[in-house]
Ligand binder design. Structure first.
Ligand code: SAH
Ligand code: AVI
Length: 326
């Protein structure tokens, strides 16, 4: 039986990323023709707070749309499923997860909640708040990188609900998304379900506005990755020397976020060396793939899952999907 948990949080924040792995990923990403960094490096404590701020922006529709869907569906669905454990990938502040936890409490089960996230101190804060808000709920946070070969917890009370909300699946390139879904599938028993939130393909202006907010919070979130590299690796990025860029790439149906070098510059990263940037050269920091029912069905099929329910909101901005074993 493989060890299901990579690392459990205690009161002390766990090291977010073993630096050797981070160093290898950053070295590989910044030596590619299109420089690229993995989006998980947005999320130190400050990055998690900035994401929370993004969810409240008028332009950023996904969180509101998903919350409304959860509110209208979970009070009926959770008693039907008889959910006893909620396992959530990329849980963040678990703001919307409370809708599920409240529905679980309503069925009278004590309940277990296993939030999994790479942002260690933020996860610890989330867990403490939930223990206070839901007395009797067993909260077992796990710090893990779900982009890696990660084994979801199996030692749980069934039926279990594996949840991946917020449209974060879109931040994974399709092969990585399939790998992740396969790992989830391998942990599921026939009575378990997978709950996925997906951001839908829609009018390009609406999507682009969500990633180019007028208050500049998304730009700050984007540049925060450079501060994470400075802090974790001792790099000497000056975030002010990079401009935020986000645009819709229609061939692959995705938003791309970049940091564009303002002028030619050199940045030192201990253990990697000097990175050269041409004027206007960019680092791609995130893709956010947008889906429809067909593209989700393809991902699911490749991972051995099938769509049991597909529920978009009235404006078709966002959808909740229930997956079961194929
Ligand atoms: N589920 C919440 C938060 C979404 S933000 C919501 O819907 O509002 C994305 C979350 O995924 C962040 O909390 C971030 O820390 C986490 N995350 C991103 N990449 C991750 C990775 N590779 N492994 C684990 N968690 C990750
Ligand atoms: C976490 N994830 C789903 C967000 C998204 O919309 O892709 C991250 C984000 N990037 C910019 N704004 C929000």
């Amino acid at each position: 039986m493989p060890e299901p948990f990579k690392q459990r949080t205690s009161g002390v924040a766990a090291l977010r990323h073993p630096n050797s792995r981070m160093l290898a990923e950053v070295a590989a990403g910044l030596s590619a023709p299109q420089k690229e960094l993995p989006p998980k490096y947005f999320y130190d404590h400050r990055g998690s707070e900035l994401f929370e701020e993004i969810t409240r922006l008028p332009e950023y529709y996904p969180t509101r749309a998903e919350r409304a869907l959860l509110q209208s569906w979970m009070p009926d669905l959770i008693p039907q499923l008889g959910t006893r454990t909620l396992i959530e990938l990329g849980a963040g502040s678990a703001g919307k997860s409370r809708i599920i936890l409240t529905a679980m409490r309503g069925t009278g089960v004590a309940g277990r909640y296993i939030p999994i996230d790479v942002s260690a101190s933020f996860l610890d804060q989330t867990a403490s708040r939930l223990r206070y808000e839901y007395p009797g709920l067993i909260v077992e946070p796990v710090v893990a990188d779900i982009a890696e070969d990660f084994v979801p917890p199996r030692d749980v009370d069934h039926p279990a609900l594996y949840a991946f909300l917020g449209g974060t699946i879109g931040n994974f390139y399709p092969p990585a998304a399939i790998r992740l879904l396969s790992h989830i599938r391998s942990a599921m028993k026939p009575e378990d379900r997978f709950l996925l939130g997906v951001d839908l393909r829609k009018d390009v202006r609406r999507v682009e506005a969500a990633y180019n907010d007028s208050a500049g919070v998304t730009a700050e979130f984007n540049r925060n990755m450079l501060l994470v590299l400075n802090h974790e690796l001792g790099a000497d990025f000056n975030p002010e020397n990079f401009r935020h860029l986000a645009f819709y790439e229609p061939v692959n149906h995705r938003i791309e976020m970049h940091l564009v070098s303002l002028g030619a510059q050199e940045v030192g990263i201990p253990g990697i060396g000097v990175i050269h940037f041409r004027d206007g050269e960019s680092i791609r920091t995130e893709v956010s793939c947008k889906h429809d029912q067909g593209s989700v069905a393809e991902l699911f099929a490749a991972a051995g899952l099938e769509i049991e329910f597909w529920r978009p909101d009235a404006e078709a901005l966002f959808a909740l999907v229930i997956g079961s074993l194929a």
